[in-house]
Design a protein. Structure first.
Length: 209
């Protein structure tokens, strides 16, 4: 959930993991919106949940490291697909040749949305995402979200034909999503949401308070 009015927080619990999504923008000219999401355990994160969180966290950090002038959202999404699909294979969520799985878009069973969007006057900025039919390269001063996700359905009977139904039972019903807001600078990027806990230990410590 994002909002372009007052601060709101939505928390949806999914078998012990809560997805907290907050969006805000201060009303008035020159206001800046914020979008941030974290997967929050209702208690401590167990070993199974931690495996998924670790895979997700590595993708988020790697994509943030790619942000700089000239990079396109399409480039970042492609990178996230490569890393997440590799993680899915390592976790046993997908089986087969990595490149073939990517070409056939098998990852969409667990990662079915875009990597992020621009932030500006609105939380989902209505600026130009394309220029002359191509994804618009990032420029210094732009702000974008980086928010890969990994979601495992609790019900394998509803998985469409052609997708993997042989999913390790321990992962069923778990979803993880981490979102950061990133400012494109002249030489790279600055994470505007760096003070929001992202590491497993930080989130557990916050939830224990």
């Amino acid at each position: 959930m994002h909002t372009n009015k007052t601060m709101r927080l939505a928390v949806v619990t999914f078998l012990g993991i809560s997805l907290a999504a907050a969006g805000t923008a201060v009303a008035g000219r020159g206001s800046s919106p914020l979008a941030v999401q974290r997967a929050i355990a209702s208690g401590s994160v167990d070993a199974i949940q931690s495996e998924l969180e670790r895979a997700e966290h590595l993708v988020c950090v790697s994509c943030v490291d790619m942000v700089r002038p000239g990079v396109r959202l399409e480039d970042l999404k492609t990178h996230s697909i490569e890393l997440l699909t590799e993680g899915m294979v390592q976790l046993g969520l997908l089986k087969g040749d990595l490149q073939k799985l990517i070409n056939e878009k098998k990852y969409m069973q667990f990662y079915m949305h875009n990597l992020g969007h621009y932030l500006g006057i609105d939380v989902h900025d209505a600026g130009k995402y394309y220029f002359k039919g191509e994804y618009r390269p990032a420029e210094a001063g732009m702000v974008m979200t980086i928010e890969p996700g990994l979601y495992i359905s609790p019900d394998t009977s509803r998985i469409p034909e052609g997708f993997n139904k042989d999913i390790p039972a321990k992962y069923l019903g778990i979803g993880v999503r981490i979102e950061d807001d990133v400012l494109v600078t002249q030489n790279g990027a600055r994470v505007l949401t760096h003070k929001v806990p992202k590491e497993r230990e930080e989130i557990e410590s916050l939830m224990a308070k």
